[in-house]
Design a protein around this ligand. Structure first.
Ligand code: ADP
Length: 535
């Protein structure tokens, strides 16, 4: 027997219109634009999205087709982000930070005919143009007065002119909630980037789970700073959760320079911020050097890579900022698990629990399996390949029939290696390709990095496996010291000996001025292996 409930497709346009109607005065703040900060309220945002959507359809865009964007975070990109899927098209958010060949590969695969270009990415777009096989129409995300005097792009349209030709009272169409909404590619550190094609249903459920399940639980009093780019993992779902909850959205723009972010946090009264650990590490470094505080900031979400415990402890102890540690990947739309502190946990144990990637949000499930695919116990000790399934996990890669991502039961390979304890909390020990296998036993590069990052003279740490004649592999530790500090290898080894097993201690420690990072703020271990791990 079916329930007698009303039924309507879960569409992203509903989230936008909710924000316009019930939180209409709330703002999207776009900093980092050449002409200064722009502030736009949710009512106007939704109206502009309707105008854009109707203008695109009038210009000949067809529901179901893919349109591309090459842009940093600001309200114009956010409008495209809502208008294109809202009208039944798909937005492919290309990542301007990856190699041009990878951008061209992805845009050719998605066959985007239209490309929205940030004025700041104009040069990149001009360079890419000859290699883009399908793009016919270029739209510069600019005001008429900011259009370039000359460009090699063929007759680019001015975004604001296009938008002005649309209808403010246009009504969003209804369609199947499984319709594709956005397309996002992995950074492609191993092989060509792979596309994750999200759907309205998956994105709505993910946003509801994040904002409603108490994981982040922000509301209309909150001001969210989002350095996490819209082009990666749906901007950690903030384009949807903010209109849904009425929280203010602050986009810092392209430059994620820590001093600027710190200023924005204080000046805009940011209460909640989302960024990868490197951003927080460098902000803490400034605060330590120059003093000051984090204003109204009370909570952060951090993830993308494992945050050092020392960083979370310092944020909480010295600045009263609580860290919510999240795990996710391009293939899981945005975050899928979060650190959960069970009630009654003694304060002294909380940071260690926060360092775990935590429990899945309702709507997703995780497990670990051995090399043959047999499930392993949830005892906090067994280490296995992490698999996930749920409403917002990708089933297959976009136009890649040659790669199998999920098994017949819907379990998706994550490429991560983890433990799960009896309370269900997951702890990522490594990406499978980053594991160090020494004498047949695994050494967790994440645990070793975390331990090293706890040393007071260490700014950043990375561990890679290097070949070893007797032990197959041994860990090599790379250290970026804090400014004006010069720890020795011996001091570090003594420090680590109090934190990890003796056989984990790196034989070699290399001091470097900086570490290479991926487009999404992770240490680029492929580059480190290339340089330091050649047999
Ligand atoms: P990229 O495009 O850089 O590969 P993804 O976001 O898809 O970006 O990367 C996902 C991977 O990042 C995960 O499989 C995992 O290895 C790592 N990761 C993400 N969040 C965390 C976290 N909180 N702790 C440890 N690793 C993480």
């Amino acid at each position: 027997m079916l329930g007698l409930m009303q039924d309507a497709p879960l569409l992203l346009s509903g989230m936008l219109e909710h924000g316009a109607r019930y939180h209409g005065d709330q703002l999207v703040v776009s900093a980092g634009l050449d002409h200064g900060i722009e502030r736009l309220d949710f009512r106007t945002l939704a109206q502009r999205c309707r105008q854009l959507a109707s203008a695109l359809l009038a210009e000949g865009c067809r529901p179901g087709e893919v349109l591309g964007s090459l842009s940093w975070n600001h309200h114009r990109h956010l409008e495209v982000f809502h208008a294109v899927p809202g009208a039944g098209m798909v937005l492919h958010t290309a990542n301007p930070r990856v190699f041009p060949e990878q951008i061209a590969y992805a845009l050719n695969l998605s066959r985007a005919r239209w490309l929205f270009v940030d004025p700041d990415c104009l040069e990149l777009a001009e360079r890419l143009a000859p290699d883009l096989e399908h793009v016919e129409t270029w739209i510069l995300l600019a005001r008429p007065e900011d259009m370039p005097a000359t460009t090699t792009l063929p007759d680019p349209l001015c975004y604001e002119d296009l938008l002005a030709s649309g209808k403010a009272d246009w009504a969003w169409p209804s369609f199947d909630e499984r319709t594709a909404s956005t397309l996002c590619f992995t950074s492609g550190t191993t092989g060509p980037p792979k596309g994750a094609l999200y759907s309205h249903r998956g994105s709505v459920l993910q946003a509801m789970a994040v904002a409603g399940a108490g994981v982040q639980a922000y509301g209309a009093d909150d001001v969210l700073l989002v350095p996490a780019p819209l082009f990666h993992c749906n901007g950690w779902s903030t384009p949807y959760t903010c209109p849904m909850t009425g929280a203010r959205l602050v986009f810092p723009g392209r430059e994620l320079e820590p001093a600027r972010l710190l200023r924005l946090i204080v000046e805009e009264g940011v209460t909640f911020a989302m960024a990868v650990p490197t951003v927080w590490l460098s902000i803490l470094e400034i605060l330590r050097e120059e003093g000051g505080d984090l204003g109204r900031l009370g909570r952060i979400v951090t993830g993308g890579t494992a945050p050092p415990e020392a960083m979370m402890a310092e944020l909480e102890r010295d600045y009263g900022v609580r860290s919510i540690h999240a795990w996710g990947m391009t293939e899981t739309t945005a975050m899928a698990t979060y650190s959960h502190i069970p009630p009654g946990t003694p304060p002294a144990d909380r940071i260690a629990i926060r360092a775990r990637q935590g429990i899945p949000m309702q709507g997703s499930e995780v497990r670990i399996v051995d090399d043959e695919g047999h499930p392993l116990p949830r005892d906090g000790a067994a280490i296995g390949h992490l698999q996930i399934k749920g409403h917002w996990m990708v089933r297959d890669y976009f136009r890649r029939d040659d790669v199998r991502l999920t098994d017949d039961e819907g379990w998706m390979e994550t490429g991560d290696v983890a433990t799960i304890d009896s309370a269900g909390a997951m702890r990522i020990t490594d990406r499978s390709k980053d594991l160090v296998k020494s004498g047949g036993e695994w050494i967790s590069s994440i645990d070793l990095e975390n331990a090293a990052a706890g040393h007071p003279d260490v700014l950043e740490a990375a561990v890679i496996a290097v070949p070893h004649p007797k032990w197959q592999e041994r860990p090599l530790l790379l250290i970026v010291p804090r400014p004006d500090r010069a720890p020795t290898a011996e001091e570090l080894r003594d420090f680590l000996a109090t934190k990890v097993a003796k056989w984990w201690l790196p034989d070699e420690i290399v001091f470097v001025d900086e570490l290479p990072h991926t487009a999404t703020g992770k240490v680029l271990k492929t580059a480190l292996r290339e340089r330091y791990a050649k047999p």
